[in-house]
Design a protein around this ligand. Sequence first.
Ligand code: PHE
Length: 451
Amino acid sequence: MPSSSVSMHGMWSSRLMFILAATGSAVGVGNIWMFPYMVGVNGGSAFVLAYLICIAVIGVPVMMAEVLVGREGRQSPINSLISLSERSGLSPHWRVLGWMGALTGILILSFYGVISGWAMAYVVTTVSGDMNGVDASQVTAMFDSFTGDMTQVMVWQGAFMIATIFIVARGVGDGLEMAVKYLMPALFILILALIAYAATTDHFGEGFRFLFQFNAADLTAESILAAMGMAFFTLSLGMGTMIAYGAYMPPDANILGTVGLIAVLDTIVALMMGMVIFPLVFANGLEVSAGPGLMFITLPLAFGHMDGGQLFGGIFFLLVTFAALTSSISMIEPAVAWVVEKFKLTRAVAAIVIGGIAWLIGLGSVFSGNIWSDLQVLGDRTFFDSVVFLTSNILLPLGGLIFAIFAGWLLNREIISGQLEMSGPSLQVWSFLIRYIAPVAIFVVFVMALR
Ligand code: PHE
């Protein structure tokens, strides 16, 4: 049975639209908030180096495989996996991988909604002028008191979740196209302006060295695991988002070129955010390892002291919110598309059900800043930290590992070469990376980190 050229869920109108949507998914709070905080917690440049290697040798080949499976299957990740398994003479039980991914997406959205809610709240805090002239200890205290205020955080998380559900319910439409076409470039320019600001502190060089003065000796098994998880997370890999988005991709777009571009853009945004945050951290005598609050402490401090910072900061946090939305919608797309196919529900109902579940679970992350702050779930981690760790460090790389084995070893080779439009050496390189490098690297990092 040849694959159909369209999906029942709709299609991206062009190759450019696919690039925008997939980049919109990849670029989000992961690059802007999580990357700098992970770099800080994991000791700087060694982590960055591991991250870059993971993007190149694991991320890109896995993303190509996800997109090709989606475009061949033209359905939700779960049903695409079933149909491609059957056509490759495999058991339909490979669908379990799709279920795992759909579930991971819901878990990711649960904490993502909380962080994005913080970003929304900071639009108001910054614009209102509350940050003007504050010092490091005040800004830290403000952050702690904000996250400690359960009702406030719940309201913002709720607002973000409603926005996400609303967009997913409407489907691949104009709103999304607008957001990615204009707001993403605007965000990019704003980050460049912030780098220019960071360069005016005399700690720019220090920040730069913290990020790029590679010293392999600093690498620990745990920091490599975190870097690998970060690579999966920022590229939206290991859970089916790129399978879902690939299903709506026009047949004539080249997968390697498209995926390469997305990976480069995504990586640039993460590195640029590092170049904004760390000079500010050093200039203000803050802790690099401040954790999840890092961005919400350093940036308001900068906005509070620059000319026009009130407005500039407000716009920045607003754009972060949009970047978050173009990512959050892609987290539940795999589950929503499946529910629509399976139960013949409308997208609106499916989005409300799936988004509602993520919302409920997310309350646990809201509470981690207040009434559950003493609750420890995985090891000494709060509920919030546990969900972050479980999804990005365990579930995404694990999903990527199983998927790499599926795509590299078991999937019908004709499907692969037809979709990738590659042959000869380039196909061999991809095959080598997906068959050997990606699974072995993920496996080794797991074993080392868990020992
Ligand atoms: N890539 C997104 C970010 O960096 C997060 C994401 C993860 C989106 C998994 C979809 C799937 O913010």
